[in-house]
Design a protein around this ligand. Structure first.
Ligand code: TYD
Ligand code: MG
Length: 493
């Protein structure tokens, strides 16, 4: 009998090593190597059954594909499958491509199963054959969830299993056009001995499933868990195997969720989808700006609105800052939804290039609503929010700001000013602070277009940060500090 071969596979990057290391020599992750039996031989009966199942599953006899001329290939032959979820279709670039493998990742409890069941149910209602495979929940649990979701087709086929091999027969029988697997970490193939969720299992199971899907021209939607640091759990290998990687993100404490394409072989990775988790499943949010600005306080200092751009989609987001004297030692700098390094850099620019003094101040900065802001166009708004809190001057409520800040304090160009300004105008903003170069371009375009396309928004050109602070000093609304010497401390008893 052949000796079983053991390998040590890194659960973070998928690298395989012949012996154990405390730290993966490939990716440097600590304590990530797990011993796995690689294709250990089994009892002969089981092995025969297994190879038969696998053969049925992976199918395709060798040599049944022939090379074709590029000119002979018609890409319109298989039109996209619209999912009935406008936000999802937008991210996918118009729907699923038949025969593609899509990976949907996200934190636990974010709503991956809900989204998957919702779209599976909608597709089933549209007379498509859909198979929903769950290795995590019982059929009763799925039914309970389905009862909360409107518009699900009664013909949706549900299968609860954790074995890849037991999918062979139902897939062959139903010939579904969409197969959902929730989740890839709970499904295992008998071909490999290691536990479900290990790198080898995930890779092998995903490879078998995707070979089947490709052969049948079915869409395979795999749900994947995400580790604490935001990687798709274990298998980076999986990202190479699939055609589309979607991530579902958002703060669980907040209702809204963002769907992004990290990789998309059939479309752009620029578009995002916005959903709101409600009592009856995920609802699309067509106008996210309204949602993000709903709870804005227009009278408090330390707040500035920025028109961000996600793909082709503008979104107004409120950025907030709180500056307070540091009682002792090194001042604290805490951020939420913004990058630490960016805020530190903006603080240094404000401190050196403007009259705002922040040296011995604690600074707290966040993006409201649980949004994560990465666009450099938000620099000016972050800086203004910080200055507004420090100077106790609230920005006028009808004012937004955008622009990238250089280390010299100069304002740099942002892209698609027209789209951003239009969105700000739509939500009632009347003034937008923009880099001077953008304002010049805007003016020449408006004069070219004649008076008919005049915007309702006034663009205020800013050359450098000190000029923006001057503007704030001239137009800001002075707010009395909430707590000061005039507030009685405690009534004598
Ligand atoms: P779930 O979809 O199971 O998340 P995942 O599969 O990513 O782990 O859970 C979503 C959460 O949303 C869960 O905490 C319950 C909640 N929820 C709603 O608020 N409304 C609904 O209609 C449904 C189905 C779930
Ligand atoms: Mg789930």
């Amino acid at each position: 009998m052949a000796k079983p071969r053991t390998i040590h596979a890194c659960q973070a990057c998928g690298a395989q090593h012949s012996r154990w290391h405390g730290r993966c020599p490939d990716c440097g992750a600590w304590d990530s190597l797990v011993e796995e039996n690689f294709a250990a031989p089994r009892a002969s009966g089981a092995a025969a059954a297994r190879s038969e199942g696998l053969a049925r599953l992976a199918g395709a006899a060798a040599g049944d594909e022939k090379p074709r001329r590029l000119s002979e290939i018609d890409h319109d032959a298989s039109p996209r499958i619209a999912t009935g979820e406008p936000e999802l279709d937008r991210v996918l670039g118009g729907g699923f491509v038949p025969g593609s493998v899509v990976l949907l990742g996200g934190d636990p409890g974010i709503g991956k199963s809900t989204l998957a069941l919702q779209l599976a149910g909608r597709l089933a209602a549209g007379q498509r054959s859909v198979l929903y495979v769950s290795g995590e929940e019982s059929a009763e649990q799925i039914k309970l969830r389905a009862e909360r979701l409107p518009g699900l087709g009664p013909s949706l086929q549900v299968l609860t299993t954790t074995r890849v091999e037991s999918l062979a027969a139902p897939i062959a029988e139903l010939a579904p056009s969409v197969v959902v697997v929730d989740s890839i970490q709970t499904i295992a193939t008998d071909a490999i001995e290691s536990a479900a969720g290990s790198v080898a299992q995930v890779r092998e199971s995903a490879a078998l499933l995707s070979a089947t899907a490709k052969r049948l021209g079915a869409v395979l939607l795999l749900i994947g868990h995400v580790t604490k640091d935001g990687q798709l759990a274990g298998p980076r290998v999986l990202e190479h195997l699939v055609d589309v990687v979607l991530t579902f993100e958002g703060d669980r404490a907040h209702a809204f969720r963002l769907l992004r394409a990290v990789k998309n072989r059939f479309g752009s990775t620029q578009e995002i989808g916005v959903f709101q988790m409600a009592a009856h499943g995920l609802e699309p949010v067509a106008n996210p700006s309204e949602l993000f600005l709903e709870e804005r306080s227009t009278r408090a200092p330390g707040s500035c609105v920025v028109p961000l751009l996600e793909g082709t989609r503008p979104m107004l987001v409120e950025l907030q800052a709180l500056v307070a004297p540091a009682p002792y030692g090194t001042p604290r700098r805490t951020t939420l939804g913004l990058e630490d390094a960016r805020v530190a850099l903006l603080l240094a620019v404000l401190d050196r290039r403007s009259p705002v003094d922040l040296l011995s101040q604690d600074v707290y900065a966040k993006a409201a609503g649980g949004v994560r802001v990465a666009e450099p166009a938000a620099d000016l708004a972050i800086a203004l929010a910080i200055a507004s809190s420090r100077l106790e001057l609230a920005l006028p409520p009808d004012t937004a700001a955008m622009g990238e800040l250089g280390l010299g304090g100069e304002l740099r160009r942002v892209s698609r000013v027209d789209v951003r300004v239009a969105e700000a105008a739509r939500l009632g903003f009347r003034r937008v602070l923009v880099p001077a170069v953008c304002e010049r371009e805007w003016r020449s375009r408006e004069s070219g277009a004649g008076s008919r396309s005049k915007s309702e928004c006034e663009l205020i050109p800013i050359e450098e940060i000190a000029q923006a602070i001057d503007w704030l000093r001239d137009h800001g609304v002075r707010v009395r500090p909430a707590r000061g010497p005039d507030v009685p401390s405690k009534s004598p008893s």
